[in-house]
Design a protein around this ligand. Structure first.
Ligand code: ADP
Ligand code: ZN
Length: 958
């Protein structure tokens, strides 16, 4: 019986369809890609992702093996005179590993083809290197040639040598003496290999650049429009000059906390370390000095997507920025280095690996580097959570640029890491600047996860049309939730490491480029995303610790506008995380558990959430209330007396021996017949079946509050509950206050939108059109914050337009003509006039100050009084009916009359019950629901009471 050989094939001149047809013709099941660089500049269909996608459709498995069997080894010892020494290469461990895998495939008789780019087998290392190596270990090789014909190894060699003796034999005869250099192999470009393996970010896979055009050919990277460079070199190195650039180039009115201090220090050429939270404006700390210094500023940044984004934004602002990393094609690389040599680049972003290359170092040594910036500086420390060995070598780079001032910036650094950075880079203590970690514009909220999908839907409804991220703990959860949300019509996209590269990149691109997408993601998503208008973060599952939580919510609201962060919390998640902790190395478990406890402390706190959050990062929050978290906004007026429930629950914990978790205690309280209850004899306890007035979920809601209030502690390992001394005080009659389960923490009222929404929509459309035409993300043109200001202040002249947030000189010139006429026309039509911009508006305060005077609730009341029904309005605004009722209630409290008819239609109660409720409101007033709830024997739901209270109030005012 004949054995299946190992096939080889090259695509050569074939189209992807012809190539797949050839594979099919030979019944290939696995395609092993042995190209060193798995992408083709001229044939995008054959890039790793595209090819993999096509193969998947065709039912063929794709395996990348260029890192082991590729023709261009990394090891310089494998080269002689710039050509590959195949004899040496065959002896490398990497090659041997690759070979073993192919041998294994052969032993399993898999139908495997090794693929390269060259159509003719004799022109490629498939024959010379792999073919020979396989033949030497008695694995038969069959080459599919450019005409889809099969050729043996001998036949291919014969083709090459015009029928002479095979090269293989010649090589064997000279083993170890001569290097065999097949004539058609192009030499690798000197010292310019791909970073493919060393790329950190999931999204950083380089585009094609394998078929090198002739050396010397240059072109700017794609998306690089020529920059009309701003000249700032003649300005003095002062803070005043820096403030002028802040205004003229970046369009901002004032520095944010610490920016001025850091900039001043850098301008004095003192080495500096800036620890500032994400979104606080670290970049300007080196970008502004870069513009003022004569010479070049080099920024080391580990994330390719982030540096490209920054460079694009800088070029939009008129700054000659460029980058060097593995994503550049060779001509782009040539163009960039040429620009640097000419002194035409002010800011150069480089990946650490690229920087460490001898030719980059040589280039920089001649380039008059004024400032060396180390972004994500925590990567330098082995104590950090993100250590990168190349970062350590930056010390040597720094020594080679002795006249350059050094600035290191990062968002996360514990004390130890900070010391390490300072020591490694020799930054004096006086050069250290640490900003507050409080992100004022983030609204923090935690809610018990009762019905995750419904809660997610409600949260999304309050953010319709806005971009946001939903974080899930697992890939499975991501897939499931994306499906469910999409089925409900939400523009949800999945993102996790299990998706193939192409899909992931595509989703990320859509999230960045398109408006209002919802990314459903594992924690794999977010690194290096610089989208400034992420409006919400929903944690569908509990984050493992506060670092992760803080990092993830930090992705929202970078434009300084309000962003909402909601965490859905359930104790089941705690158990899951505990389970994972148990799988960890024992030495790490205690720490992981402590971090989880801190996370729970944040979740369960009843004081301002900023206190435990900032305390975790070593900062004391001095205000009592932030007004931007659920706890600070919860209406304390509706706290109820929970003493009886607390006594029942606590005594049941006591009677069951302080040994069980919440679930079992509730089972006993509710008189469950479960095996566990019966087995333990807990049905004979005095607390058995004394708590049937609350459902299991309601008891959980109550019990969590008891934990939060310190009446109980929960063992983080086993979940068992124990009483604290405070619990005994409750037995003695101390009262317990809290929220009743029927009323989970009130949904935050929707803040009034104080800018003109219609104008905003028009401006946003214009921005999208411009962005699409220029092939850049919309926020590169203007941030949301800029558009909001335009729709708030209605600038009518170029001068006023220049005063808008984010409008610097270059943008004024470029875009005033695009946006101003729109604003003018709109204002003319609506009779609106320009509004003076005050200093308040430029501070990064999260509120949207009242400008045009009409709140959403005014609008809702007007429409309602004009005859629109509640369901109609809910549909129109894309919110729940309850939210509309909330707006109406706000209106009533503002003494606005309300027509009462139609409202009663929404009630499900019998007319008699409705009347009883209305009577109760008449007796007890409409300020509180709780007394009415009790008077009605706790039979009418709070939803109904909200509605009927409105009717009662409308009857009074109307
Ligand atoms: P990070 O600290 O995460 O690197 P960035 O430097 O990207 O933050 O800044 C976040 C956002 O804040 C950017 O859109 C930036 O343009 C904006 N920004 C920075 N400084 C200021 C300022 N002084 N006034 C207004 N906006 C600013
Ligand atoms: Zn608060």
């Amino acid at each position: 019986m004949s054995q299946t050989p190992i096939y080889t094939i090259g695509y050569g001149a074939r189209t992807i369809e012809a190539f797949i047809a050839a594979l099919r013709a030979h019944d290939i099941a696995y395609l092993l890609d042995v190209r060193s660089k798995p992408y083709s500049r001229y044939k995008p269909d054959f890039s790793k992702q595209e090819l993999a996608a096509h193969l998947e459709t065709a039912g063929i498995r794709y395996v990348f093996m260029g890192d082991t069997l590729g023709g261009q080894p990394d090891d310089p010892a494998c080269y002689i005179d710039g050509r590959v020494d195949y004899a040496k290469m065959r002896q490398t461990p990497a090659f041997q590993t690759g070979l073993e895998r192919v041998q294994k495939a052969y032993s399993q008789q898999l139908r495997v083809a090794l693929m390269c780019a060259e159509g003719k087998p004799e022109a490629c290392h498939r024959t010379h290197l792999i073919g020979q190596a396989l033949t030497a270990v008695a694995v038969p090789v069959s080459h599919i040639d450019e005409n889809d014909q099969l050729l043996s190894q001998e036949a291919v060699l014969a083709r090459l040598n015009g029928g002479q003796i095979g090269l293989f034999a010649a090589e064997e005869a000279n083993e170890g003496e001569t290097a065999v250099s097949p004539p058609d192999m192009p030499p690798p470009p000197p010292n310019f290999e791909d970073d493919y393996q060393s790329d950190y970010s999931l999204d950083g896979e380089p585009p094609p650049y394998d078929d090198y055009p002739a050396a010397g050919e240059m072109m700017p990277p794609s998306g690089f429009a020529p920059v009309k460079a701003i000249a700032a070199n003649d300005l003095p190195l002062t803070l005043d000059a820096a403030a002028a650039l802040l205004r003229d180039v970046f369009g901002y009115d004032g520095f944010r906390p610490l920016q001025a201090e850091v900039i001043q220090n850098v301008l004095e050429r003192q080495d500096s370390l800036a620890i500032m939270p994400t979104g606080s404006g670290k970049s300007l700390c080196y970008q502004i000095p870069a513009l003022l210094f004569p010479g070049l500023t080099v920024v080391v940044s580990p994330l390719i997507s982030l540096m490209e984004d920054q460079v694009m934004q800088l070029r939009e602002a008129g700054v000659t920025a460029a980058y060097l990393n593995s994503s550049l094609s060779y001509p782009e690389y040539q163009w960039t280095t040429d620009q640097i040599r000419q002194g035409a680049v002010k800011l150069l972003y480089v990946a650490p690996e690229t920087l460490l290359r001898p030719e980059t170092l040589a280039l920089l040594q001649q380039a008059n580097v004024a400032c060396l910036t180390i972004d994500e500086a925590h990567c330098i420390s082995a104590w950090g959570h993100d250590f990168r060995p190349e970062y350590r070598q930056l010390v040597a780079v720094r020594r080679r640029l002795p006249t350059a001032v050094c600035i290191a910036v990062t968002a996360t650094a514990t004390d130890r890491v900070r010391q390490d950075i300072k020591q490694t880079l020799d930054i004096p203590a006086a050069g250290e600047f640490i900003a507050s970690f409080d992100r004022e514009n983030l609204f923090l909220e935690v809610a018990a996860k009762t019905d995750g999908l419904r809660q997610a839907g409600e949260f999304l409804a309050a953010h319709r049309g806005e971009a946001g991220i939903i974080y899930c703990a697992t890939r499975k959860q991501v897939d499931q939730l994306t499906g469910q949300l999409a089925a409900n019509g939400w523009p949800a996209l999945p993102y996790h490491a299990g998706l193939d590269d192409a899909a992931r990149r595509d989703n990320q691109k859509r999230f960045i480029l398109e408006e209002g997408k919802v990314m459903v993601a594992t924690i794999a998503f977010g690194m290096g995303i610089n989208k400034s208008n992420v409006r919400f973060i929903l944690h569908y599952d509990l984050p493992q610790n506060l670092e992760s939580y803080y990092q993830q919510i930090g992705r929202a609201g970078r434009d300084g506008l309000r962003a909402d962060c909601l965490l859905l919390f359930s104790y089941a998640d705690v158990q899951t995380i505990n389970f994972f902790i148990q799988q960890q190395d024992p030495s790490q478990q205690a720490g992981a558990r402590a971090r989880l406890e801190a996370m729970l402390g944040f979740v369960e706190t009843m004081v301002c959430r900023r206190r435990p959050l900032l305390a975790y990062f070593g900062e004391t929050y001095h205000q009592d209330e932030c007004d931007h978290c659920d706890n600070c906004q919860t209406d304390q007026g509706e706290l109820a007396d929970l003493t009886l429930a607390a006594q029942k629950f606590l005594s049941c914990v006591k009677r069951t021996g302080e040994f069980f978790g919440m679930s079992h205690v509730i089972d006993v309280l509710r008189g469950s017949q479960s095996q566990k209850v019966l087995d333990r004899g807990h049905d004979r306890l005095s607390t058995y079946n004394i708590g049937s007035e609350y459902s299991k979920k309601e008891w959980q809601f109550l019990a969590r509050q008891f934990i939060q209030q310190g009446l109980l502690t929960q063992d983080m390992e086993h979940g068992s509950l124990k009483l604290t001394p405070q619990a005994y005080a409750v037995f003695k009659g101390e009262t317990v206050q809290g929220l009743l389960p029927a009323q989970p923490p009130a949904a935050r009222p929707i803040t009034a939108q104080d800018y003109d929404l219609d104008l905003f929509a028009l401006l946003r459309d214009r921005r999208t059109a411009l962005a699409t035409a220029a092939n850049v993300p919309p926020y590169v043109i203007f941030s949301d914050r800029s558009l909001v200001e335009m729709a708030m202040y209605f600038p009518q002249s170029a001068a006023a337009f220049g005063g808008i947030y984010g409008v610097g000189g270059a943008k004024l010139e470029k875009y005033a003509n695009e946006f101003l006429p729109l604003i003018q026309a709109y204002c003319a039509e609506k009779g609106l006039g320009e509004k003076g911009k005050t200093a308040v508006a430029s501070s990064p305060t999260p509120t949207r100050p009242a400008a045009n005077g009409r709140s959403r609730s005014d609008e809702v009341v007007d429409l309602f009084n004009a005859g629109h029904s509640v369901p109609e309005l809910a549909a129109q605004f894309g919110v729940k009916e309850r939210t509309i009722l909330g707006h109406l209630w706000t209106g009533v409290q503002g003494k606005r009359p309300l027509r009462a008819d139609n409202l009663l239609e929404l009630s499900q109660l019998s007319p008699a019950d409705q009347q009883r409720a209305l009577d109760a409101f008449a007796d007890l007033g409409t300020d509180f629901l709780r007394p009415v709830f009790e008077t009605l024997g706790e039979t009418v739901s709070y939803d109904e009471l909200h509605l009927l209270r409105l009717v009662a109030a409308a009857q009074q005012t109307g």
